[in-house]
Design a protein around this ligand. Structure first.
Ligand SMILES: NC(=O)c1ccc[n+]([C@@H]2O[C@H](COP(=O)([O-])OP(=O)(O)OC[C@H]3O[C@@H](n4cnc5c(N)ncnc54)[C@H](OP(=O)(O)O)[C@@H]3O)[C@@H](O)[C@H]2O)c1
Length: 273
């Protein structure tokens, strides 16, 4: 991954860099020689990470504290980075909810929808245009291994991850002739603060083996850039994806997810699913 700076340019923007997969993308992009623009709300974490990356790799990093759900936030990010040679953007800002949809506040579900869909679209549109004009660049979007089907008790989250997958794969083909590599990373359960924060599911009751360490998922993504449109890291996750696409019908897959996640709900509401 040493050639990332040569391939794409001097700066990478990572949205959602204060923890989890975004933080790991920042580490690996800096290890690949790119200066990183770290974006999230928790500025103290971003500043610590910026200093750490400078110390480890000699990169010149920038911190942009932004709530990406605020109106105009992506435009502001583009304005604040317009003077930099930005060649890559990673859209890793995200939140997830689990449990029966109608028991969640609608505003919380709308935040999930906006952050994963509208913010991702704004980043892909804005930087897609900019990268296309300069003739090279990389865009990484984050979907999920559960994006292929309907998923009871993660209904809105899984639906919006299907949107991200579709958007990214289509853009991969639209932009490849213009020198822009678009990749969708679709991780399974990955050891992040975000996964730990999801309320409503007891993950010890979920099948699927051990959670993946973020370096493995991010390494798979960066190695796949420019080679394919979509990567699911891990054999177990890839097998589940193939099973869902080619062996089990969509309705059966929804019933299966409903049963598996229903049994793992911490309030027991889905145990008869
Ligand atoms: N972990 C998994 O098992 C897993 C599996 C499949 C897909 N994913 C996807 O991977 C992506 C990253 O998730 P993660 O597990 O790494 O979660 P995480 O550790 O919670 O990281 C999420 C990041 O998003 C930022 N963020 C959240 N809301 C924001 C907002 N309104 N404005 C700006 N930044 C915001 C957070 O920073 P601040 O709070 O500081 O703003 C944080 O840096 C998400 O799209 C998630 O759906 C994760």
């Amino acid at each position: 991954m040493k050639d990332l700076r040569q391939r794409y340019g001097a700066y990478a923007i990572v949205a959602g860099a204060s923890s989890g997969l975004g933080e790991e993308f920042a580490r690996q992009l800096a290890a690949g020689g790119m200066n990183v623009v770290l974006v999230a709300r928790r500025v103290d974490r971003l500043e610590r990470l910026a200093a750490e990356l400078t110390e480890a790799h000699g990169t010149v990093n920038e911190v942009v504290a932004l709530d990406l759900l605020e109106p105009g936030a992506v435009d502001e990010l583009m304005r604040r980075t317009a003077h930099l040679d930005v060649g890559a953007v990673v859209a890793s800002a995200g939140v997830a909810l689990a449990g029966p949809l109608i028991e969640h506040a609608l505003d919380d579900e709308l935040e999930v929808l906006s952050l994963h869909a509208a913010v991702t679209l704004r980043l892909a549109h804005g930087f897609g245009r900019a990268f296309s004009a300069r003739g090279r660049g990389a865009i990484v979007l984050i979907s999920s291994s559960i994006a292929a089907g309907a998923v009871p008790f993660q209904a809105n989250y899984a639906a919006v991850k299907a949107y991200v997958l579709s958007l990214g794969q289509a853009l991969h083909h639209e932009l490849k002739g213009q020198g822009v590599d678009v990749l969708v990373l679709a991780p399974g359960q990955t050891e992040t603060e975000g996964l730990e924060k999801i309320r409503g599911i007891d993950f010890t009751k979920m099948p699927g083996g051990a959670k993946m360490p973020p370096p493995k998922a991010v390494g798979a993504a960066l190695r796949s850039l420019g080679k394919r449109s979509y990567v699911i890291p891990g054999v177990v996750n890839r097998s589940a994806d193939l099973l869902g696409k080619h062996v089990v019908t969509r309705s059966a897959s929804a019933r299966m997810y409903g049963t598996i996640i229903g049994r793992a709900l911490t309030d027991g509401t889905g145990s008869d699913a």
